[in-house]
Write a protein that binds this ligand. Structure first.
Ligand code: ATP
Ligand code: MG
Length: 582
């Protein structure tokens, strides 16, 4: 277990503040105005024990954003003091993701593990001042002595005072000696702990003589076996901030109850007066935003890795087809609030669609192909039809799509016996083929054994090229298609939420949360076909497949074996909710 605060499982709904002038920027502006702060310095302090998720993105966009707004700088500091869980591969992944969002820490890449010696000296300073001591109680005894919060008769939470450790009043000399010997490796793991001497009756349990150092013989990914004692988060974090001259240490709300301790260590160590300010954690419906949970999904192989396109990690969202601009826009629109809130995933998808609508070129692809033969098409003739790449962006130009009279359409776009209000193909009905002609269904064939439709036939009207009927005939439906001889094969991966529950972290009683994974969160469509231009798509290229959604070429995609992830469908449920004023 990490010694850091656990993420709250289910924040409450609330109104978000106006992002234009949030309370953090107001506080920073006030510190500058009073002269307390000369130059703004913030930091983003990820622990390299997992990949970043979209919740961390909110944090680092605030950290980098606040610094930039006040002409300051933001450090990237790896808070790496839990050797058993940390790794260089996480450091690399974290840096890649922050850079992808366009944040630049320049040469300010720091590691708490580089401060071990300095932190050790500060601990010695606290021992000398008589405000830290070596305790021989075991971890269990310590927590028992500390006491717990209980509900009294009127169901109000109270915290009866804890008990002092019998080792609390060791002399400064003895403490200095024991601490040096802890470092030297004379004692077994867990047998001694350096604690701050604060107040065992403090109403905030965290203030009841919190541990500062534990003995842990675990090689560290950067310091190797140099150390067998490691600093605890609550001691390390404020002092690392101070060492770096961080003026404003911005973090999510679960650290609020740690603030008295943060201030205590800064004051007692007599170091640079960094100031902690908390903001609401980001939570999104259907998303799990906790590294611990995400790690389990990866370790147990329940997803294809940290960058599985269903993961809420930045690498997963990137692979899925999210643009950094869409994520930035989302974060800036939800604003910075002081109370936790739950954001509807449909709002995230709304921001995504708005962005992709501007940047993604349109192409035609068919997920479940059904052959369509234009019976009166001149044999051997191939026409090049002109198609607009992006109606939102005239600079994107046009392209030619071949049309040979043998096509594939979407299986759904034909019905033998149509229901009411079905405007696509059925015997006798006419539709417009996108960028092409108006065609009328003349017949179809079926597999006698399975009853499945195997081919649809139609005739075309040469006077309707481009889709307009000269006689203003009413044709309600327009369908997409691909030309059969030139079509390229592709695999389409269609996604649904990884968790069907709106709040997957509220696990039903008696259930293991991994059992709540949506078994239909990935549907692989192997036999899809696309227009010939898609053959050149490279991993990361984004398109709108007309009528089907936004798609992005996957990392697995290669010439001849194209793979596309559906980033998001076209239907914007959020826009509808907004219109209704809901
Ligand atoms: P998790 O809670 O997912 O296990 P963590 O908080 O333990 O993550 P850190 O690497 O310590 O992970 O996070 C770095 C910073 O990101 C912290 O300052 C924390 O406040 C912030 N942060 C983490 N999750 C969120 C979130 N959902 N919303 C906003 N900020 C977050
Ligand atoms: Mg956390």
């Amino acid at each position: 277990m990490s010694d850091k605060p656990a993420s709250p499982a289910s924040p409450e709904k609330n109104e978000n503040s106006n992002p234009a002038s949030d309370f953090i920027r107001e506080a920073v502006a006030a510190d500058l105005a009073s002269g307390k702060t000369k130059e703004v310095r913030t930091r983003f302090p990820p622990e390299p024990n997992g990949w970043l998720h979209i919740g961390h993105t909110k944090a680092f966009l605030i950290d980098f954003g606040v610094a930039a707004d006040f002409g300051g700088k933001c450090n990237l500091r790896f808070d790496d003091t839990n050797p058993e869980k940390e790794d260089m591969s996480y450091v690399e992944a974290i840096k890649r993701d922050i850079a992808w969002l366009g944040c630049d820490w320049e040469d300010r890449e720091f590691y708490a593990s580089d401060y071990y010696e300095r932190l050790y000296e500060l601990a010695v300073k606290l021992i000398r001042k008589g405000v830290a001591y070596v305790d021989d109680l075991s971890a269990e005894q310590m927590s028992e002595y500390r006491g717990t919060a209980v509900a009294d008769k009127s169901n109000i939470t109270v915290t009866p005072p804890g008990r002092n450790s019998p080792w609390r009043d060791r002399s400064v000399e003895e403490n200095l000696d024991l601490f040096a010997r802890m470092r030297a490796g004379e004692f077994p793991d867990g047998s001694k702990t350096l604690r701050a001497k604060i107040d065992m009756a403090h109403p905030n349990l965290l203030m009841r003589d919190p541990p500062m150092y534990r003995i842990r013989r675990e090689p560290h990914y950067r310091t190797g076996t140099t150390w067998c004692i490691y600093p605890m988060y609550d001691f390390q974090h404020p002092l690392s901030d101070a060492i770096e001259g961080v003026t404003h240490s911005l973090c999510s709300l679960e650290y609020e109850i740690h603030r008295p301790l943060y201030d205590w260590f800064i004051r007692e160590a007599e170091v640079f007066p960094s100031r902690q300010i908390e903001f609401a954690r980001l939570s999104i419906t259907h998303f799990v935003l906790s590294k611990r949970w995400l790690l389990r999904l990866v370790q147990e192989g329940r997803v294809a890795g940290w960058d599985d396109p269903r993961m809420p990690t930045l690498s997963g969202l990137r692979r899925r087809g999210y643009s950094p601009e869409a994520i930035r826009d989302f974060i800036s629109r939800i604003g910075v609030a002081k109370t936790d809130s739950m954001v509807d995933v449909q709002f995230l998808e709304h921001c995504l669609r708005e962005d992709l609508n501007k940047r993604a070129n349109r192409v035609m692809a068919v997920l479940r192909p059904l052959k369509l033969v234009v019976e009166n098409w001149p044999a051997g003739k191939v026409e090049q039809l002109e198609a607009v790449n992006n109606p939102e962006d005239p600079a994107a130009g046009t392209r030619k799509v071949p049309f040979s009279g043998t096509l594939y359409i979407e299986r759904d776009d034909f019905m033998e016996t149509p229901p009411p209000k079905y405007f696509r193909l059925f015997p006798g009905n006419s539709v417009r083929l996108r960028y092409g002609y108006i065609v009328t269904c003349t017949g179809f064939s079926k597999d006698p054994a399975s009853g499945e439709v195997t081919e649809v036939r139609c005739s075309y009207d040469p006077a309707t090229r481009g889709g307009d009927a000269p006689d203003n005939r009413k044709v309600k439906g327009t369908i997409h298609w691909v030309d059969a001889p030139s079509a390229v094969k592709l695999e389409a991966r269609l996604y649904d939420h990884l968790f069907e529950a709106e709040r997957p972290m509220d696990v039903p009683e008696g259930k293991d949360w991994v059992e709540t994974i949506n078994p239909k969160s990935l549907e692989t469509v192997a036999g899809a076909l696309g227009e010939p231009g898609l053959a050149a798509a490279k991993p990361g290229d984004r398109f709108q497949f007309e009528r089907l959604g936004y798609f992005c070429a996957d990392n697995d995609s290669a010439p001849g074996a194209l793979v596309f992830n559906r980033t998001v469908s076209l239907r914007d449920t959020w826009a509808k909710i907004e219109k209704k004023g809901g």
